[in-house]
Design a protein around this ligand. Structure first.
Ligand SMILES: N=CN[C@@H](CCC(=O)O)C(=O)O
Ligand SMILES: [Zn+2]
Length: 411
């Protein structure tokens, strides 16, 4: 099956060779072709170029993209899409003055979602989660990472990861699964951290890897959650089972966690609302991708990741949603890109790089996703008629997506 897209007003994020990520000043450059064509063969990008060079292709279907921009689908490298129920009461509690920490200390937060998850059947969790996945696909996401972490028990974590596996099997979108047993300490282990970490390492990890349920391992490295030393135990155990880490870190406090993550060659460090000079130094010349979650900052009113400071230091930055019931009940990457521009002072070029090519890197999907490159998956957003791609973050409340193509098929 061959599909030809013609008269594309502007084709964004074209990369002739497969580069892995963009860093620092490179992030300001978003290569494009104006008045372009693109040929899809089955699920792959076969060719693209300026309309004046359009070869005499045979094709089965033609889409005239007059006035429309085409770009790769979003790569959302950090979500908690699989969960049970919702937490809008905590949202109202925060409006009334309670902080995220105060709510968590009253048994809300992650433990609230864990209780709901353990009381809900696997089928019901699947049915709730698939609706969220379908929604984000329509919003232009073509690759997504999904974490466990609301089970906090052997059965609960396995249940979540089996739901993620089923989503992988049933949907065309690329999904990476991350095991986040170290998301919080269950109440019964509040005074016995080492005991819970033993459960993670000796009971959960062997079962999860035996069933091949996870691609990565995560921990919430934060004051009041997992310490640097506790997270190091988790990262070390993950590596023994072949799981590289992607770590929640520096959301509320900076406690030298990033340095530890880099030491363990984490694929990504995520959140980074509080970043010190030492953290930036640790990330320089590393293979660890920093990931910002601007709609989390927006929703719970915490600082935004200091993108300018990080880019000026030459670092790369990826953008993701953090879609979860507590701190970010939204998986809309369009809003993430807009918020990064409006609140973090990233340019549209930088934000789109962060949400595509760097997001793919943060999921280990650089070979297949994140750019318009011959041989990569034909995962494309076709916009409505827009004056320029700057309108994507500018008109932040509008849905500017006309069609989403995943693996060569309009969904
Ligand atoms: N910070 C840790 N985990 C999630 C929130 C979890 C929750 O509140 O349910 C996050 O990334 O923001
Ligand atoms: Zn998260």
């Amino acid at each position: 099956m061959k599909t030809l897209l013609t008269n594309i007003q502007e084709l964004l994020q074209i990369r002739k060779t497969n580069i892995q990520k963009v860093s620092g000043a490179e992030m300001a450059i978003l290569p494009t072709i104006k008045n372009a064509y693109l040929l899809i063969e089955d699920e792959i990008i076969k060719d693209f170029g300026p309309m004046e060079n359009l070869p005499d292709f045979q094709y089965d279907k033609k889409i005239n993209c007059q006035g429309r921009t085409v770009l790769p689908t979003w790569c959302d490298s950090h979500t908690h899409i699989v969960y049970a129920g919702s937490r809008e009461q905590e949202f109202v509690d925060r409006i009334n003055g309670l902080s995220y920490e105060e709510i968590a200390n009253r048994g809300g937060g992650i433990l609230n979602s864990a209780k709901k998850l353990n009381e809900t059947s696997e089928d019901e969790i699947y049915n709730q989660s698939k609706l969220r996945l379908e929604e984000v696909m329509q919003q232009g996401t073509g690759a997504v990472e999904i974490k466990s972490g609301y089970g906090l028990s052997v059965e609960g974590e396995l249940k979540m990861l089996r739901v993620i596996k089923k989503l992988k099997e049933n949907y065309p979108i690329a999904i990476k699964a991350t095991f986040l047993g170290a998301h919080a300490f269950p109440t019964e282990y509040k005074e016995n951290h080492a005991g819970y970490i033993d459960v993670i390492i000796n009971e959960m990890l062997p079962k999860i890897t035996e069933e091949k349920l996870a691609d990565y391992i995560d921990a919430f490295l934060e004051t009041g959650y997992f310490s640097v030393e506790e997270t190091e135990r988790i990262m070390e155990a993950g590596l023994k089972y072949g799981l590289r880490s992607k770590i929640h870190v520096n959301q509320f406090t900076a406690i030298n966690g990033i340095e530890a993550c880099v030491k363990y060659n984490a694929l990504s460090v995520d959140h980074l609302e509080i970043v010190t000079e030492e953290d930036i130094e640790a990330l320089k010349n590393s293979e660890t991708m920093p990931v910002a979650l601007p709609t989390c900052s927006f929703f719970i009113s915490i600082p935004y990741t200091p993108a300018r400071k990080m880019l000026d230091a030459g670092l790369p930055l990826a953008l993701a949603t953090d879609f979860n019931p507590g701190t970010t009940p939204s998986g809309n990457m369009n809003l993430v890109v807009a918020t990064a521009c409006i609140k973090m002072k990233m340019t549209p070029e930088e934000a789109i790089n962060g949400a595509t090519i760097n997001g793919a890197y943060a999921m280990g999907l650089s070979e297949t996703h994140g750019s318009i490159t011959v041989g990569k998956k034909a995962n494309l957003i076709i916009t409505k008629q827009i004056a320029s791609f700057y309108q994507l973050p500018y008109a932040f409340g509008s849905n500017l997506i006309q069609d989403v193509i995943i693996n060569g098929v309009i969904i």
